[in-house]
Design a protein around this ligand. Sequence first.
Ligand SMILES: CCCCCC(=O)SCCNC(=O)CCNC(=O)[C@H](O)C(C)(C)COP(=O)(O)OP(=O)(O)OC[C@H]1O[C@@H](n2cnc3c(N)ncnc32)[C@H](O)[C@@H]1OP(=O)(O)O
Length: 439
Amino acid sequence: MKRAAMRLWTLNKGLLTHGRGLAYGSENKICKPLHIQEVRNKLREIVGVSTIWRDHVKAMEERKLLHNFLATSQKALPPRKMKDSYIEVLLPLGSDPDLRDKYLTVQNTVRFGRILEDLDSLGVLVCYMHNQNHSTKMSPLSIVTVLVDKIDMCKYSLSPEQDIKFTGHVSWVGKTSMEVKMKMFQMHSDDKFWPVLDATFVMVARDSENKGPAFVNPLVPENKEEEELITQGELNKSRRIAFSTTSLLKVAPNSEERNVIHELFLNTLDPKTISFQSRILPPKAVWMEDTKLKSLDICHPQERNIFNRIFGGFLMRKAYELAWATACSFGGSRPYVVTVDDIMFQKPVEVGSLLFLSSQVCFTQDNYIQVRVHSEVASLDSREHMTTNVFHFTFMSEKEVPLIFPKTYGESMLYLDGQRHFKSMSTPVILKKNYTVEP
Ligand SMILES: CCCCCC(=O)SCCNC(=O)CCNC(=O)[C@H](O)C(C)(C)COP(=O)(O)OP(=O)(O)OC[C@H]1O[C@@H](n2cnc3c(N)ncnc32)[C@H](O)[C@@H]1OP(=O)(O)O
């Protein structure tokens, strides 16, 4: 075993909060939270990543040596409690003006895209805490984000001048996957942290080279509340399977949905002609095809994650910002995000790829705008495009927005998919003027 691989990756426990604290009860002692910038540093330590890009091949070679530390079965790994992975992280926007610029929008609010990046890093660190192996120096696991199941926003404004706190812990485990629950709070004028958002991510453990699956430590509940979280995790898994088996890419829409599409079609027929071909737009409506916005990014090494692939948080930020611009130009006023839903990371994005994002409004209702962003990559030497992600965002506009009309069958499926995601939103949010979360 090389020396680099022997370095102790045990986290500085003094900096972390153990116990459930703000997450769901506060009888436990709160220690000093980790600074946001330390999260990525800790991740680098745990994985043993190179800070110099030209050394990345060597660093991955060293990680190969950690293969021997991987468990051959889940039973061979000691069970963990939720408090073992519990972390608190501070984003000191109030006390650190230098940090503030990175998070600032022109309207003097917080960039939500940056928050998505922080949540992604925090989720990965939480999983490393859960799987911490005191006998190895660096972790033999490569932990990647597979799914952003849900991010639900509460109703409080995000000020760029007040501290933000994140908490997170593992709430359910499968064999190689883990569900992570995270919360975000912001300091209020009463000197208390008020809730801002709830997030559920799914992370997957892979071997030290990120080439095959790896087992994660089992999770045992300590009380009824934790039992319920684990049961909820099981239900979430079944819901995800049910959602994907009824995907419109696999099966036809149900009869209610077919009626919706036919009704939309009939509403666009020109009453002056008896033809299926002449379509006209009803008043206060927009064709779906006219809502598209596209972007292209070159995936530079700066955006790499600890495994030399493109960081999931960067992809989310880029997709979110394009979705926000799409909702803004469609709705005619500054929209704010209500829910982020079902972001699946199907394929890793290699450093050096071209990233093509295509964003479109696919469903609207009252003040709500449902936006879908499709992400594809192509390598510089091949023209072949490959889908890596589909992102779903629900925005709310200050005023009522136009109806959206699909023209083609494909667009009708996008409409129904958007409607399904919209309906899965857990709680409708009531428009509040003081609630401003922007890109
Ligand atoms: C700063 C550090 C940040 C690092 C984080 C990142 O940025 S990561 C960068 C962004 N993310 C990525 O690049 C990941 C890209 N995606 C992939 O590479 C691949 O899709 C994958 C390895 C995650 C999964 O591949 P496969 O689906 O073939 O793997 P497999 O079928 O073995 O599934 C592995 C586990 O994932 C679960 N799983 C798979 N798809 C799932 C889904 N949609 N929702 C929930 N769980 C899912 C399975 O149930 C299984 O868990 P069980 O075994 O428990 O049943």
